[in-house]
Design a protein around this ligand. Structure first.
Ligand SMILES: Nc1ncnc2c1ncn2[C@@H]1O[C@H](COP(=O)(O)OP(=O)(O)OP(=O)(O)O)[C@@H](O)[C@H]1O
Ligand SMILES: [Mg+2]
Length: 283
């Protein structure tokens, strides 16, 4: 029986804007994320993905409604919820090992124990041999692996990932998908993963939230019922990708109509090409 972990009730978030209407980043979000679930947030630019993640991280606060973690309202950032961003955010003056140990030392974990735990995680992300390297000596994919090790060494209950692989090439991304799936399977963390990439979402997730704009929020929810470990060629995933793409295109058409008004019908075909700028180039 699945156990609720993060519960959103009527969550609303708006941002005031000088001289114009507030932007509604999230409206009426009602959602229960279960313990150990891998959930992706997918959708066009500006639909509130990062806003939702930041609120769970305790970096921002909803305007109204409630969000609880294990039944408790979120009061701010905490070691139970750690974020991995698109940029690894490693300290450039520290070695890889020191970067991974840093959070443990801040928590007053004794140095030898911190080192042992950090090495264990570096090995899990296949970077044991690079413990003494400096971040500038690593590739983009390796830096993101260090960022994941640095997050997981803190043993958070919840891992929040905001487009962590968006800047990586397709091959590196595929390798990291496999590694992340394995780490998730082993650790049973609850993961909220933000992406523009439909394939990435279907390969990794138990559930996908397709988000919408104006107002921002959840448009549709898709269960991903494919066996793990996942294969990109699995027909369940391929069919689901097409279904999601259809809905995403509807959402894009709505956005373009709002932006271009009457001009939309006249310019339809040329504007459709613009949709990539909203989706990111990698759907
Ligand atoms: N600090 C802020 N002040 C004002 N408006 C904001 C702020 N943060 C976000 N917004 C607005 O809220 C909406 C949702 O933004 P958010 O960053 O959550 O989108 P997103 O889905 O993560 O987009 P992207 O895919 O481009 O990262 C956007 O319209 C954005 O302009
Ligand atoms: Mg974002």
């Amino acid at each position: 029986m699945s156990e609720p972990h993060i519960v959103f009730q009527d969550v609303h978030k708006s941002f005031e804007q000088k001289g114009s209407q507030p932007v509604i980043a999230l409206d009426q979000v009602n959602l229960t994320i279960n313990k150990g679930e891998f959930i992706s947030l997918l959708g066009p630019s500006g639909c509130g993905k990062s806003t939702l993640l930041n609120i769970v991280a305790g970096l921002d606060k909803q305007t109204s409604g409630s969000i609880t973690v294990n039944g408790q309202p979120i009061k701010g950032p905490g070691n139970d919820r750690i974020v991995v961003f698109q940029e690894s955010g490693l300290f450039p003056w520290m070695s890889v090992l020191d970067n991974v140990m840093y959070g443990l030392l801040i928590k007053k974990v004794p140095k030898e124990e911190a080192k042992e735990r950090a090495m264990k995680w570096l090995q899990k992300v296949h970077l044991g041999k690079f413990a003494n390297a400096q971040p500038h000596e690593l590739s983009g994919g390796m830096k993101q692996r260090v960022a994941i090790a640095r997050a997981l060494v803190m043993d958070p209950e919840i891992l929040l990932m905001d487009e962590p692989f968006a800047a990586l090439d397709e091959q590196t991304r595929m390798v990291l998908h496999k590694e992340l799936e394995e780490l998730w399977y082993e650790t049973k963390k609850t993961i909220i993963f933000v992406t523009h990439n439909i394939r990435e979402a279907v390969i990794l997730s138990d559930r996908i939230l397709l988000m919408k704009t104006r107002p921002g929020g959840v448009k549709s929810v898709f269960d991903v019922k494919a066996a793990r470990p996942r294969q990109a060629t699995d027909s369940v995933l391929v069919n689901l990708e097409s279904r999601i793409l259809v809905e995403l295109e509807q959402e894009m058409e709505k956005i373009l109509k709002e932006e271009f008004g009457h001009d939309y019908d006249l310019k339809k075909d040329s504007l459709r090409g613009d949709s990539d700028s909203h989706l990111g180039s990698d759907i």
